[in-house]
Design a protein around this ligand. Structure first.
Ligand code: ADP
Length: 475
């Protein structure tokens, strides 16, 4: 079974969120499960640095796709774990500063439709008879809107041979562009309909993927059900209900090597379920690192997140006084909406030693918060899967989560964490109060930590589920 895993980001080299983590960890797990998988990803500066051109030989030029790609090629490299990478080298599109989607000033690149149109086109082309390489995938596994046109191109290409699966990591990002982009992307006029790539007068990459893919997955069973409801379907619910027979949820795993408190290179003190005293040392070290009072008699609440409306952290900010009065400590690491960043910075100034905010992206500190905090907060309004609650389980840091998406599928109230229903400050506060009361009950707390730390949150099971789905697609 030959599978092309097409993705716009891949950890640890290029990552803006959970999809990057999935792309870094699922393909190696698929290889373990016996799948012949290769990863197609743009050759961004981060990958160019890790796999310089002399270490990534060019295998095929892409000028057959059009004169404008005369300078483009596919380069082959191997990740350190042995996963073959197909690096899409188109310097005009991908050798740029900034992140995969935004320029250095934080604005979307104006040619994102062309950049990810190319990624989609190359993915489809690899799955067609036009691909004369010795390796031709039988399944194209697409991820999010950036690869959403691949299933459309596959359906429209006469020589296409591969089946397409699209995984939705977050339905909020739909890849919407103006109508004239259809022609620029080489999509035929007949595809411009409600049953094609058109979405309320725009071109939607994601809708194209949902419309044309042979199967659709999303990253948790609960999210798969939620996105078929008008309340949470973000305008795609009708289409998703129509495709319900091809839609399923496969829960993400985590990179169990990178997120292992016994072997975590970012932690000052290694620990596991049998040596939780060292977790306390990590707490003191974290308090010192971020400038909180070094107190082991106060519960320390941790947050690592994009600061956006989705994540519900405005609810945490609104509870500032109640959290301080519990009393508890709070450390927030994140970046995103400027108003939330400013709000957490203001709270840190208001409650020195008790509330701390670090604005920015900091991989090492994220690990140290998972290890040093007593509780981890994820009050998300919606959460397709969520990774941090699984890291928290593994790190003996019971998560406080809202019952939505993957949070509902991974955290069990009163067993390994705390679950609340309504996205309100009252419901969140009640859950935090329950959690801190339990934290003071040493026996109950130890039982919760033990349950979370013993759960299998690795990629082994999800990889087997994907492998079974690929096989079903080929049958
Ligand atoms: P999403 O993909 O919606 O952002 P996930 O929980 O699925 O949420 O994944 C987020 C990933 O990004 C996690 O690995 C998390 O640790 C990481 N992350 C988010 N914000 C930061 C930050 N400011 N610093 C370090 N890591 C972060």
């Amino acid at each position: 079974m030959k599978v092309l895993f097409a993705t716009p980001e891949i950890a640890p080299w290029v990552k803006t969120g959970g999809l990057g983590d999935v792309a870094g960890a699922l393909p190696p797990a698929l290889r373990q499960a016996g799948v012949d998988v290769r990863v197609l990803v743009p050759y961004y500066p981060g990958l160019r640095q890790a796999f310089p051109p002399d270490k990534a030989p060019e295998v095929v030029e892409l000028d057959s796709l059009g004169a404008e790609f005369a300078d483009s090629a596919l380069r082959i490299a191997k990740a350190p774990d042995g996963t073959p990478l197909m690096l899409l080298d188109c310097p005009a599109y991908f050798d740029r500063a900034g992140n995969p989607y935004l320029g250095p000033e934080g604005r979307d690149w104006l040619d994102n439709h062309l950049r990810f149109g190319l990624l989609s086109r190359v993915a489809a082309w690899l799955g067609s008879e036009a691909n004369r390489l010795p390796w031709r995938p039988t399944v194209i596994h697409c991820n999010d809107w950036q690869t959403g046109l691949a299933p459309a191109y596959l359906k429209l290409l006469p020589s296409a041979r591969a089946n397409a699966l699209i995984t939705v990591h977050n339905l909020a990002f739909q890849g919407l562009f103006g109508a004239p982009t259809r022609g620029e992307l080489g999509l035929p006029a007949h595809a411009w309909s409600m049953h094609g790539v058109e979405y309320h007068g725009h071109l939607s990459f994601l809708k194209a993927g949902l419309q044309y893919a042979d199967a659709i997955t999303t990253v948790s069973p609960t999210y798969a059900a939620e996105i078929q409801t008008d309340a949470e379907g973000m305008g795609m619910a009708g289409l998703l209900r129509h495709r319900a027979g091809q839609l399923s949820g496969i829960l993400n795993g985590i990179d169990a090597a990178a997120w292992n408190p016994m072997r975590d290179k970012h932690l000052p003190f290694a620990y596991d379920a049998d040596s939780l005293a060292a977790k306390k040392q990590n707490k003191a070290a974290l308090q010192r690192e971020v400038g909180l009072a070094v107190r082991d008699d106060l519960p320390l609440l941790g947050v690592v997140s994009r600061l956006t409306h989705q994540k519900g952290l405005d609810l945490v900010a609104a509870l500032e006084q109640q959290i301080a009065a519990l009393p508890a400590q709070l450390v927030v690491l994140g970046s995103g909406e400027k108003t939330l960043e400013a709000e957490f910075q203001r709270l840190a100034e208001l409650h020195p030693g008790q509330i701390m905010a670090r604005i920015g992206f900091n991989e090492g500190l994220a690990h140290r918060i998972e290890a040093g905090a007593d509780l981890f907060l994820m009050p998300s309004r919606f959460e397709p899967c969520g990774l941090n609650q699984m890291y928290s389980l593994r790190y003996g840091t019971p998560p406080v989560v809202r019952a939505t998406g993957g949070l509902a599928d991974t955290v069990i109230d009163g067993i390994n964490g705390f679950v609340f229903k309504e996205a309100t400050t009252a419901a969140l506060l009640a859950a935090i109060q329950r959690a801190t009361a339990t934290w003071r009950d040493r026996k109950a707390w130890a039982a919760m930590q033990a349950d979370g730390m013993a759960r299998d949150v690795s990629w082994a099971k999800p990889a087997a589920q994907y492998a079974a789905l690929y096989a079903k697609l080929r049958a």
